[in-house]
Design a protein around this ligand. Structure first.
Ligand SMILES: [Zn+2]
Ligand SMILES: [Zn+2]
Length: 93
């Protein structure tokens, strides 16, 4: 889901071209589970700081072809949630 700062980027020709080329190179296949991929996920998440840096936004090294389910999973994991030894989430202080 595009945040406001990234909206113009996600609508740019450069991103559209980059995404299509990348997804084609991955045969539109999810790199995690092999399902049909729909999303070019940025490993380094886009932020207002890096949105104008093509080495982050348009670099294939920073992209990952994933399906919708894996994409949701990736973003869940990326939250700064910590877990204790039992695997229970530690609430933020
Ligand atoms: Zn997947
Ligand atoms: Zn993503």
């Amino acid at each position: 889901m595009a945040r406001p700062f990234a909206e113009s980027f996600y609508h740019s020709r450069a991103w559209e071209r980059c995404r299509l080329g990348f997804m084609r190179s991955k045969h539109w296949t999810c790199e995690r589970c092999g399902a049909p991929a729909t999303v070019a996920h940025h490993k380094v998440h886009l932020s207002p700081k890096n949105i104008n840096n093509p080495n982050v936004t348009l670099s294939w090294d920073n992209l990952m072809a994933v399906c919708t389910d894996c994409h949701a999973e990736l973003h869940r994991k990326n939250q700064t949630m910590k877990f204790d030894a039992n695997g229970d989430p530690i609430p933020p202080r």
